[in-house]
Design a protein around this ligand. Structure first.
Ligand SMILES: *Cc1c(COP(=O)(O)O)cnc(C)c1O
Length: 385
C-alpha cells in the first residue's frame, strides 16, 4: 500500500526529530498571540517592523479591497495587472535605485522565476551554501550546472568561476542577510568577483529590505552598490509586512522576465489590496524612521543580553539571532520548554539548515518591549543552565 510507505517515511522523520506539524494562532497583536487558548509571546516571525498590523497599512488594504475586491482575477498578462501593481513597481524601482521592478506572487516564485528564466543547460550558477531553498530550487529547475561554495568562502567562489569560463552565462547568487544565520554576505567582494569574471550577480535581499541601510532600502544602500548588482530580488513579506516578491533591475532584464519567466506568466497576480498595502508600508518606512530605530535598539539589547548570558548566537548582523544547539532533539526539547513558558520559537532543523545544525531561530521585532526581551533572555538562561 502506498499509504504504508508514506506513513513509514513520516515515522522515520519522527524518530529523527525532523517531523513537522502546524500550529494555529487565533489572534495576534504585536508580538502576542493566542495559541490553544493561552497568550504567548512570539520571537519567530519576519514582520520585523510590525507593519503587517500598522494602522496605515491596514487602512490602505481596506481602501483597495473596497474598490478592487479580494482577488486580482488572473495573471498579470491577462487582466490581473492594475494601476496599483504598476504604482508599486514604480515605487520599488525607485526604492532599490533601479530602472524597473517586477512583482511576483511570492518571493519563492520570484527566485524560481529569475533563475529558470535567466539560466539554462549551457550556463553555470554559483551560490553560497546557505542560500535560501527557493534559490536552490530555482537553480535545480533551470537545468544549469550548479556549484556551491562554502558559506562566505569567496576564494572558493572565484576558483569555481575560473574553472567555468567555458559556460555561456555565469550567475553568482547570494542572500544578502542569510535567513537562518542572520549574518550578511560580503557584497563588495562579490561585485568585484562578478566584474572580474564577467558574470551576473543576483542578490536576494529578503531580510535586508526595510531593515538594513540608513533609510531601510536594504543591504546595498550604504554600500552604494545598486548599479553594480544586476538583479536585486526582495520580498514584501518580511519587514514590509505584506506578501509578494519582486525583482529590481534594468529595463531589459524586466522585459525579459515578463516574456520568459514562467512563475510570472502562469501565476495569478497579487491581490490589488496587497499592492496598496505594500505601497503604504514603503511610505511608512520613509516617514516613520523611529520604527526602524526601535527595531535596532531591540536587536542590540537582545544580542547584548544573550551574549551576557553565555549563549552561542553566531555572528548575526540583523534581527535574526540563531541560538546554535546542534542535535535536533535538543532544539525540539528547548522549543517545547519555551512554549510551556509562553514563548514561541520553533526549532529550525534539516532541511532548513544542515543536519545536526539545529537551532532556535529567534527574531526581534520593533513591536517587542524592552521587558519582553529581558523575559526571553532570562527564560533562556534558566532553561540552558
Ligand atoms: C522568505 C524568503 C524567500 C521567500 O519569500 P516569500 O515571500 O516568503 O515567498 C526568499 N528568499 C529568502 C532569503 C527568504 O528568507
Amino acid at each position: 500500500m502506498l499509504t504504508t510507505l508514506l506513513l513509514e517515511e513520516l515515522q522515520e522523520l519522527q524518530a529523527k526529530n525532523l517531523y513537522r506539524s502546524l500550529r494555529s494562532l487565533e489572534w495576534a497583536e504585536g508580538p502576542r498571540a493566542i495559541l490553544n487558548g493561552r497568550e504567548i509571546l512570539l520571537f519567530c516571525g519576519n514582520d520585523y517592523l510590525g507593519l503587517s498590523k500598522h494602522p496605515r497599512v491596514v487602512k490602505a488594504a481596506q481602501w483597495a479591497l473596497e474598490r478592487y475586491g479580494v482577488g486580482s482575477g488572473s495573471a498579470r498578462l491577462i487582466s490581473g495587472s492594475t494601476a496599483l501593481h504598476q504604482r508599486l513597481e514604480e515605487k520599488l524601482a525607485e526604492f532599490k535605485k533601479k530602472e524597473k521592478a517586477l512583482l511576483f506572487t511570492t518571493g519563492y516564485l520570484a527566485n524560481v522565476g529569475i533563475l529558470t528564466a535567466l539560466a539554462g543547460s549551457n550556463d553555470l550558477i554559483v551560490m553560497d551554501k546557505l542560500c535560501h531553498a527557493s534559490i536552490i530550487d530555482g537553480a535545480r529547475l533551470s537545468g544549469a550546472t550548479l556549484r556551491v561554495f562554502p558559506h562566505k568562502n569567496y576564494g572558493k567562489c572565484e576558483q569555481i568561476l575560473r574553472s567555468g569560463l567555458h559556460y555561456k552565462k555565469k550567475l553568482i547568487v547570494t542572500d544578502t542577510v542569510f535567513s537562518m544565520d542572520g549574518d550578511v554576505a560580503d557584497l563588495k567582494r562579490l561585485v568585484e568577483i562578478k566584474e572580474k569574471y564577467d558574470s551576473l550577480l543576483i542578490v536576494d535581499d529578503a531580510h535586508g529590505t526595510g531593515v538594513l541601510g540608513d533609510q531601510g532600502r536594504g543591504a546595498l544602500e550604504n554600500l552604494h552598490l545598486e548599479a553594480r548588482v544586476d538583479i536585486i530580488m526582495g520580498t514584501l513579506s518580511k519587514a514590509l509586512g505584506c506578501l509578494g516578491g519582486f525583482v529590481a533591475a534594468d529595463k531589459v532584464w524586466i522585459d525579459y522576465l515578463i516574456n520568459f519567466s514562467r512563475p510570472f506568466i502562469f501565476a495569478t497576480s497579487l491581490p490589488p489590496m496587497i499592492c496598496n498595502a505594500a505601497i503604504e508600508a514603503l511610505q511608512v518606512l520613509e516617514e516613520e524612521p523611529d520604527i526602524r530605530h526601535k527595531l535596532w535598539a531591540n536587536v542590540n539589547q537582545a544580542i547584548n543580553l544573550l551574549k551576557k548570558n553565555g549563549l552561542d548566537i553566531g555572528s548575526t548582523e540583523s534581527p535574526i539571532i540563531p541560538i546554535q544547539l546542534g542535535p535536533e532533539d535538543t532544539a525540539v526539547r528547548l522549543s517545547n520548554e519555551l512554549l510551556s513558558r509562553g514563548i514561541l520559537i520553533p526549532a529550525i532543523r534539516y532541511p532548513a539548515v544542515p543536519k545536526h545544525h539545529a537551532r532556535l531561530r529567534l527574531t526581534i521585532s520593533a513591536t517587542h518591549k524592552a521587558h519582553d526581551i529581558e523575559h526571553l533572555a532570562g527564560t533562556l538562561r534558566d532553561l540552558l543552565h
